[in-house]
Design a protein. Sequence first.
Length: 453
Amino acid sequence: MVTDVRGLALTGTDYSGAQKYQDVIQKLYDYRPNLGSYLQPLIDEYPEFIMARVVLAYGMASEGRYSSLVNVAIKGSELNSLREGATERESLHIDAVNTWSKGDLKGAIEIWDAILAKWPFDLVAFRQMTMNLFWMGQRRRLADLCARLMPYWDETTPDYGFFIGPVGFVMEELGQYSLAEKYARRAVELNPSDMWAVHAVAHVLEMQGRNEEGIDWIEPKSHVFHEHNAFVGHLWWHLSLFHLESGNVDKVLSLFDQQVYPGNSDFYLDIQNGASLLSRLSFIGVDVGDRWKKLLEAVENAKLDYVYDFTDIHNAIVLARNERFGELKSMNDQLSRRLSSSDHDPWLTYQLTKAIEDIHMGDPARAADRLAPIRYDQLALGGSHAQQDLFLQYQIMAYRNSENLPMMKAALKERLAKRIIGNDVDGYLTKARQIDSLTLNDSITPYLQKVSG
């Protein structure tokens, strides 16, 4: 039987098809656009090529929309007809496609987990599991997955960089910055087109306040971003944060207009990037003009269709900033109907979107009361520490606007503590004491715009 470059059996193809499939995996990990345009001709040439069909179905599901799952179910049905000739591993992938098509992402994760326990070189299962664990906020489990697979991988393993890039990212999310930078930079050395690894290094630099290094890391690579898919909008977002913390506000506005949100995309990551960046600018008093309106049409058409709850929180921000409070209330009412005693995530989403409604409708004290008890639980909603920082900024502004000075200072110091560079405790204490000296008449813009340093 034909195998891939890591020795995994492939049903329904020959050596030439396996080579083309390897090229698809390369494009998948490089975040190249229009993956289906490569997969469909491969499927046309090899109609019984199970893994090519699996990757196509996963690509549809990764759009992150409930409305896309109908097409995933169709692909699952087509795969079911090929199950008799499938290997055990391929059959499990078919199960994962069918499970995901029903909206049971947690169930699909358990299937990928089982695949990787037996076939640790399955980069398709690894990609699906790592990405979705991230959006479910399961950093520790993601780290444990990488740890248990590490003994199988080394520099001689084909596509080793595609394994250590995610290792670097999860190390960053656990605060292991030296390890994170080591693995992520090595992944970029092995494959400069590995956008996830480029992104992992950016996260390390962001969380350590190394803004100039961050600009120098991303800008030289940005000339090839147009060769990649919509994920690179998030790299432009990171570059914008580095410029924001460096005081280059005009540059940030330009990046928003030209790169972060140039159109009216309803891709979930574009919505997150756009709403998050405009919020940060608005919090420090920057006039963003009519840019909030650019996001509105996409949000109005797609809200509550997103699989990842993290996006709905950003949808709420867009509605509130456009003063569409009736639509926001309706959205929150619908979110409330998702609540159940068995699922914590919808409750967290609802608390955050209600807090956003409260603060923008003039009740910051109530918003603060909602946000404070969940500020550690909300990690379960996914997103990185850099992305979740937006919610802490909302909490700080809720305290500021309700004139709760002690809690505002406490929240500012909590935010500062997350960005200690190395072991610079003295630097932290110096800035923390500056925060303690604040009064309600003082501007907090410097502490929002530049966290550390």
